[in-house]
Design a protein around this ligand. Structure first.
Ligand code: MCA
Ligand code: AMP
Length: 502
């Protein structure tokens, strides 16, 4: 099942209907979508790519970026989206690991990618695409065939690789199949009741699952419309809200919108659905939203390895502090030491279903480790059932910080800090933050005579890795708290910092 052909079922009979309105004023119909994705598919096929070959993209958000993604999977190639915040070192790893045949990047990154390509087994072809959809990719695609016969694909065929960081500091590529995409899209369209009358306000980045899959596929399958904003800006979202029937966002979106005096019942009157996910929505935000707008945010839970897993109901009680029920077709269990737990007992959330990915790219041992013997995927999240079947995410067994909806693995930051001369060791933890939910915070032990200060550590990390991973604060201590086994007690650090870090 070719996922693009599957999505087409939602709009095939309404090709002249509006598909997307960009904030540049550009408008695209579904006929435009068909033509533009056909051109991308024809162009990539003409390059001689084979089924499953990787096409990496580190691009700004633009309609052409969406066409690139959809055209790529339509042709049976594997799309590899990369966060625009990733820097040279991070990108080098992805190129080495995924070996893309094609890289599409922002014009200012061409030289970096050209250099990185030199050390790859075979250098990828490079194309540029800027935030206005202009560049050598657009030029090449313009003259490509505007008709394309979608190849038949199998459910197991690879559609996308999404890199997620690992607890060892090494990123893993989650292999997402066409079957994963189609099953989740169909379930979400129905569960959240998307129809051709809907208008989704899209302000999420398009290099992660939330913005690329969840806020796109159900819309296509419903033949609905997207109001497409380049980036999240609370004022711009508020201004566009009267045109929208649905908004999807990370909790930071809702926190920032609540800070806008213009957020009123009247402003939110036309919207039928506000969805939150990617990080825990604080009960305070949930309640404040109810009070200000009269709407109850629908919180759902997912991850790159599985798309959407659970959701609060469309009808029925949307319970704050919970992520609702398993989505149709998805099985969820909570376990401890292999024992399945009932209500009110915290344990590891394990999942099974057509949404669960095919494994980590070229990491069979890691893949095996993350699945139980009977085929359940261990999410690493700690969950708990209520007596009436709502799931709450109450913690994480994995050492992970989620800041503004982006995942940050402390190990990766600690390795960068530890490489700084004068540092003995470091521990990175998440501390509650009013805007980002959690703030990356580093605790550093330095050598006695080292002249290191907070600014120097921050500047060093900033020069190496993506900005959202850079600690907001760095604190110096004489020793890190350790347990009897010598392991750093991050929970102790977190508790202390939550009380003391301004
Ligand atoms: C930007 N900065 C951040 C973050 N974003 N710092 C910490 N956490 C962040 N999330 C820093 C930048 O490095 C920069 O630092 C400064 O903030 C301003 O950058 P700017 O890009 O202007 O920030 P912003 O526009 O205010 O961005 C905040 C944001 C953005 C809108 C909340 O982070 C965002 O769009 N988040 C959504 C993430 C997302 O889509 N996650 C889904 C993952 P400096 O000034 O020092 O240079 S998918 C997933 O999790 C699963 C599947 C699921 O369930 O959905
Ligand atoms: P990612 O790897 O970027 O896909 O992030 C997935 C992780 O985000 C999950 O494993 C959870 O830890 C977290 N997550 C997503 N949605 C929620 C939510 N509604 N509440 C709490 N955590 C969430």
């Amino acid at each position: 099942m070719n996922a693009y052909s599957f999505f087409r079922r939602g709009f095939a009979d309404r090709l002249e209907a509006a598909f997307l309105e960009a904030d540049s004023g550009d408008r695209y119909t579904y006929a435009d979508l068909e033509r533009e994705t056909a051109r991308v598919a024809s162009f990539l096929t003409g390059l001689g790519l084979a089924r499953g070959d990787r096409v990496a993209a580190q691009i700004d958000k633009s309609p052409q970026g969406l066409f690139l993604y959809l055209g790529c999977i339509r042709a049976g190639f594997c799309f590899l989206p990369l966060n625009t915040a990733y820097q040279r070192g991070e990108l080098g790893y992805f190129l080495q690991d995924a070996e893309p045949r094609v890289v599409v990047c922002r014009p200012q990154m061409l030289d970096t990618f050209a250099e990185l390509g030199k050390s790859a087994a075979s250098a990828p072809r490079l194309y540029a695409l800027d935030e206005n959809g202009v560049g050598t990719l657009a030029d090449a695609v313009r003259s490509a065939d505007r008709a394309f016969d979608d190849p038949a694909l199998a459910e197991r065929d690879l559609a996308v690789i999404i890199y997620t960081s690992g607890t060892t500091g090494r990123s893993k590529g989650a292999m997402v199949t066409h079957g994963n995409l189609t099953s989740n899209a169909a379930v979400l369209r129905d569960y959240w009741r998307f129809t051709a009358h809907d208008v989704l306000l899209h302000a999420l980045p398009i290099f992660h699952v939330h913005g690329l899959f969840v806020a796109l596929h159900p819309i296509l399958l419903a033949g609905a419309r997207i109001v497409f904003q380049r980036r999240f800006d609370a004022g711009a979202v508020l201004a566009a809200l009267p045109q929208a029937t649905a908004l999807m966002g990370v909790p930071t979106f809702y926190v920032r919108l609540l800070a806008e005096p213009g957020l009123t019942r009247a402003a939110a009157k036309h919207v039928r659905l506000f969805v939150s996910g990617s990080a825990p929505l604080l009960l305070d935000t949930f309640r404040a939203w109810q009070e200000r707008t009269g709407h109850t945010i629908l919180e759902r839970y997912g991850m790159s390895e599985a798309g959407m897993i659970t959701s609060n109901p469309y009808d029925g009680e949307r319970r704050g502090g919970t992520v609702g029920f398993p989505l149709p077709g998805v099985s969820v269990r909570v376990t401890e030491d292999g024992k399945v737990l009932g209500p009110d007992a915290p344990g590891i959330v394990e999942i099974k279903g057509p949404n669960v990915f095919a494994g980590y790219w070229r990491m069979p041992a890691k893949t095996k480790e993350e699945f139980t013997a009977d085929g359940w995927f261990r999410t690493g999240d700690v969950g708990q059932w209520s007596a009436d079947g709502y799931l709450s995410i109450v913690g994480r067994a994995k050492d992970l910080i989620i800041s503004g909806g982006y995942n940050v693995y402390p190990k990766e930051i600690e390795l960068v800090i530890d490489a700084l001369p004068g540092v003995v060791e470091s521990a990175v933890v998440g501390v509650p933050h009013p805007d980002f939910g959690e703030a990356v915070t580093a605790v550093v032990v330095k050598q006695k005579d080292a002249a290191l200060d907070e600014a120097a550590v921050i500047a060093h990390v900033k020069s190496q890795i993506a900005g959202f991973k850079v600690p907001k604060r760095v604190l110096f201590v004489d020793d890190l708290p350790r347990n009897a086994m010598g392991k750093v007690q991050k929970n102790v650090l977190r508790e202390k910092l939550a009380q003391h870090v301004p």
